[in-house]
Design a protein around this ligand. Structure first.
Ligand SMILES: NC(=O)c1ccc[n+]([C@@H]2O[C@H](COP(=O)([O-])OP(=O)(O)OC[C@H]3O[C@@H](n4cnc5c(N)ncnc54)[C@H](OP(=O)(O)O)[C@@H]3O)[C@@H](O)[C@H]2O)c1
Length: 210
């Protein structure tokens, strides 16, 4: 699959390196695609992985992962331009500046705001409820960490489900995009456990079914 990843930070690095090594054609969209930091990132990825400006990185891609800080999301979507019909993965958590809570909830979510700003993109929420350490290795003994995803477009969700499985997560369909109102507070619980309760970031959510 041809994947454009907007951003070259922690999440972009974890998912981009792993997807490239799983055989996907990854292009990072960076504000400084020729910086030393980005060149080092490319060295971690499979040969052929590229970095371009955000606008150029999305040309011809099957899917776009927006992996920028929440306060930068709206501006970056404006830079990307027309995304109507494009599959857009939103991994953001709308954290307050001091990380003590989330800015949105109950009646909307970051994912729904992003869908509104991106005017017609087929937005799927995913990858917001695990740490980067878990993104790098979702296997816990015999168990695979759960990765919840949600969205309103069935084909876009199928595509994202495949990308989740390719990283060895156990994908869990949480329903329509409005379910992001539940998935974003779930990330807040994760942050609370990891950093306030001292669990650290080598723990993950696992849902059981029978
Ligand atoms: N870190 C986690 O454990 C984690 C887990 C789940 C979800 N998330 C979510 O994933 C998203 C990305 O998080 P992250 O931890 O990867 O962030 P990060 O390490 O700070 O990286 C964000 C990247 O976004 C790009 N960017 C574009 N516009 C920017 C701006 N105005 N200010 C700063 N960076 C800008 C930068 O790449 P260039 O400089 O190359 O443009 C930067 O490397 C966030 O929404 C976060 O809530 C994070």
């Amino acid at each position: 699959m041809k994947i454009a990843i907007i951003g070259t930070g922690s999440v972009a690095t974890a998912l981009g390196t792993r997807w490239s090594k799983a055989g996907h054609d990854v292009t990072f969209g960076s504000r400084q695609p020729e910086s030393e930091k980005v060149l080092e990132l490319l060295e971690e990825c499979a040969p052929g992985t590229k970095a371009l400006t955000p606008q150029l990185s999305i040309v011809g891609s099957d899917v776009i992962l927006l992996a920028v800080p929440w306060p930068a999301a709206k501006g970056m979507l404006a830079v990307l331009g027309d995304l109507a019909g494009r599959v857009l993965i939103d991994c953001s958590n709308p954290l307050t500046a001091d990380f003590s809570g989330i800015e949105l909830g109950h009646s909307t979510s970051a994912a729904e705001e992003i869908a509104h700003w991106s005017k017609g993109a087929r937005v799927v929420k995913a990858f917001n409820s695990a740490s980067v350490k878990v993104m790098l290795n979702p296997q816990f003994g015999d168990y695979r960490a759960t990765m919840f995803y949600c969205g309103d477009d069935p084909a876009a969700k199928d595509l994202v489900k495949r990308l989740i499985s390719d990283l060895d997560f156990d994908p869990a369909d949480a329903g329509p995009l409005a379910s992001a109102r539940y998935l974003e507070p779930l990330a807040m619980l994760y942050i609370h456990l990891a950093f306030k309760q001292g669990w650290g970031s080598n723990c993950a959510f696992k849902i059981l079914k029978r």
